[in-house]
Ligand binder design. Structure first.
Ligand code: NAD
Ligand code: TYD
Length: 338
């Protein structure tokens, strides 16, 4: 099995590469990544010289490059992670989200079609379903698609293109949709690593709005197992939801982190809400349990403690990835108190 992974230098892609190389000795990987601010070679340093791993720097929107990589490496499967992934950035600069998440996916689909790829896994998100109220039932795969941010709209468009290629060209593709991931190697613009970093530095903790918005949190390794199960057993044209069974409000998440790190709640600062902020996400993943034999293994508190420990022990990694444009960006966007 020769797999093209796109976006393998990012948070989930790099965890997936570590996971699959350990899990399956028959697998060879080519990682195509454009090395945006979110792609960090340090994430895969320990496997750089593994003969079953190759890295290609490049843009998924470049058809000639993608086609060349598929042909020269005799790729049989594609797992597509590469994306612009941060909702806040999609609000301030939507264009790149359209380019990478829609045009990039279309380019990969065309190249997959031309090269008779055996399976194409589109890694998508619960955010395509929109937003739940506090007492709605969790999202199932049957929910209407109702994206509400430029990020989730671009992911929805990509998912629909994938399904159209299944229908029109019989492309053997399948879609995974997952809730918010936590774990090692997450870029510290997302809630958990951002808050851990700020707590360590005793900086203010910017909670959007009143902090009651709820996310379901899944350990990244549980997500990776779900993607692997989909790659091996997922049925063409199907969608599979994955979740962590851990709905937590943002304010409770921040208080949990403060307690674990032994710091006081006076660091919490309520700031201007994110425009169009989705209220709640929750996932019904009974289809994945039934059809793929998958279930999340991590208990939230255990996974979170392990994750906090990882960030504390990898301060160099955090300093390295946050040394670029990110801090300026962050200061401009979210430093205003309510
Ligand atoms: P990330 O932002 O950490 O990583 C994205 C990677 O894609 C980076 O390595 C980046 O360099 C690469 N990339 C971006 N544009 C590219 C381009 N044009 N060409 C080639 N490479 C490019 O993202 P993540 O959090 O690891 O998310 C991975 C996937 O999982 C995304 O598709 C995202 O929508 C989806 N997802 C994420 C979460 C989450 O909680 N993070 C939850 C559900 C689904
Ligand atoms: P985030 O990690 O950006 O993921 P997503 O928007 O894809 O769910 O945000 C998780 C939640 O935390 C979301 O409701 C927004 C909120 N949030 C804050 O309150 N403060 C912050 O500084 C960040 C980054 C997020």
């Amino acid at each position: 099995m020769k797999i093209l992974i796109t976006g393998g230098l990012g948070f989930i892609g790099s965890n997936f590469i570590h996971y699959i190389l350990d899990e399956n000795p028959e697998v060879n990987i080519v990682n195509l990544d454009g090395m945006t601010y979110a792609g960090n070679p340090e994430n895969l340093k320990s496997i750089e010289s593994n003969p079953r791993y190759k890295f290609v720097k490049g843009n998924i929107c470049n058809y000639e490059l993608v086609d060349y990589v598929l042909k020269t490496h005799h790729i049989t499967h594609i797992v597509h992670f590469a994306a612009e992934s941060h909702v806040d950035r999609s609000i301030s600069n939507p264009d790149i989200f359209i380019e990478t998440n829609i045009r990039g996916t279309l380019t990969l689909l065309n190249a997959a079609k031309a090269n008779n790829i055996q399976k194409f896994v589109q890694v998508s998100t619960d955010e395509v379903y929109g937003s739940l109220s506090f007492d709605d039932p969790a999202f199932t795969e049957e929910n209407q698609l109702c994206p509400r941010s430029p990020y989730s709209s671009s992911k929805t468009a990509a998912d629909l293109l994938v399904l159209s290629y299944v229908h029109t060209y019989k492309l053997p593709a399948v879609i995974t949709r997952c809730s918010n991931n936590y774990g090692a190697y997450q870029f510290p613009e997302k809630l958990i690593p951002l808050m851990i970093r700020n707590i360590q530095m005793e900086k203010k903790l910017p909670v959007y709005g009143d902090g009651t918005n709820i996310r379901d949190w899944i350990h990244v390794m549980d997500h990776c197992r779900g993607i692997y199960a989909t790659l091996m057993k997922g049925k063409v044209g199907e969608v599979y939801n994955f979740g962590g069974n851990a709905e937590v409000s943002n304010i409770n998440m921040v208080k949990f982190l403060l307690k674990e790190l032994g710091k006081g709640e006076d660091l919490i600062t309520f700031v201007k809400d994110r425009p169009g902020h989705d209220v709640r996400y929750a996932m019904n993943f009974s289809k994945a349990e039934k059809e793929l034999g998958w279930t999340p293994k991590y208990k939230f508190e255990d996974g979170m403690r392990e994750t906090i420990q990882w960030y504390l022990s990898n301060q160099d990694w955090v300093d390295n990835v946050t040394s670029g444009d990110y801090l300026d960006y962050y200061k401009k966007q979210y430093n205003s108190e309510k």
